[in-house]
Design a protein around this ligand. Structure first.
Ligand code: ADP
Ligand code: MG
Length: 247
């Protein structure tokens, strides 16, 4: 599991994560909600070992991400899709998806390409394998980004506002794919998902648990139904305020 224990992260004088603890167990779909600037992306970056912690500890299946050697192993267990499409512009869609499994996991090209083609087909991009990112719509690019993450066959899939740069139609097409993934995963206990999103209704539908970050503090961590109960998450004024702004 992903275990975040008492994590503190500062940028200069600003404490961005203030003693955050969170556990994500296999098979869970956990959504992180919170206003802009509350520390959601920083938390994802800390789990990826992209930020040095000022306090606390993060482990992925027991591997401490603060230790470079353990981090290298931990990175094989999880894959992240970010808000901005960070596809390689000079590579085809297929190459974007096959690069990491081939180079990092050292798997044979033919096998990896066959899997990549199947993944692309599963998100409706069968015909786009030889296209370049610039030839795709934003929604198509983000679907490639998801395929690229899944090609690593990760135990943990981390998603940081993957639809926030998309228009409503493209958002819907990407959420449909993520919803399908989450549904399948809840069934077979496969890839675990940690989700940052502003799509509250979607989170409500697919999450097993919802946590709420407020100014770097994790103030609520509840099963989804409890989060939306008047005497659960909604009892917190900050959460009510957040949800009313989203509606
Ligand atoms: P969220 O993803 O919830 O919108 P972020 O984690 O991106 O929030 O940012 C939390 C706070 O940390 C913000 O105030 C942001 O300005 C600050 N911050 C994030 N990254 C950096 C950085 N590299 N240097 C300085 N401040 C940062
Ligand atoms: Mg963010």
């Amino acid at each position: 599991m992903i275990a975040v224990e008492g994590v503190v992260k500062r940028f200069g004088a600003q404490t961005v994560l203030d003693g955050v603890s969170l556990a994500v167990a296999p098979g869970e779909v956990v959504t992180i909600l919170g206003s802009s600037g509350s520390g959601k992306s920083t938390l994802i970056r800390c789990i990826n070992g992209l930020e040095r912690l000022d306090g606390g500890r993060i482990t992925v299946d027991g591997l401490d991400v603060a230790d470079p050697r353990q981090l290298a192993q931990a990175r094989r267990l999880s894959a992240t899709v970010f808000q901005l499409f960070n596809l390689y512009p000079h590579m085809t869609v297929l190459r974007n998806v096959t690069l990491a499994p081939e180079v990092v996991l050292k798997r044979p090209r033919a096998e990896v390409e066959a899997e990549a083609q199947a993944l692309l087909a599963s998100v409706g991009l069968a015909g786009k394998a030889d296209a370049y990112p610039a030839q795709l719509s934003g929604g198509q690019r983000q679907r490639v980004g998801i395929c690229r993450a899944l090609a690593m066959n990760p135990r943990y899939l981390l998603l940081d506002e993957v639809t926030s740069a998309l228009d409503p139609e493209m958002t819907a097409e990407v959420l449909a794919i993520l919803g399908r993934l989450a549904g399948r995963q809840m069934g077979d206990g496969g890839t675990t998902m940690l989700f940052v999103t502003h799509e509250v209704e979607f989170a409500r539908r697919i999450s097993t648990r919802i946590v709420f970050l407020d100014q770097g503090r994790l103030i609520v961590d509840l099963p989804t139904a409890r989060f939306f109960a008047d005497d659960g998450g909604l009892a917190h004024p900050r959460i009510r305020q957040f949800l009313s702004k989203m509606a």
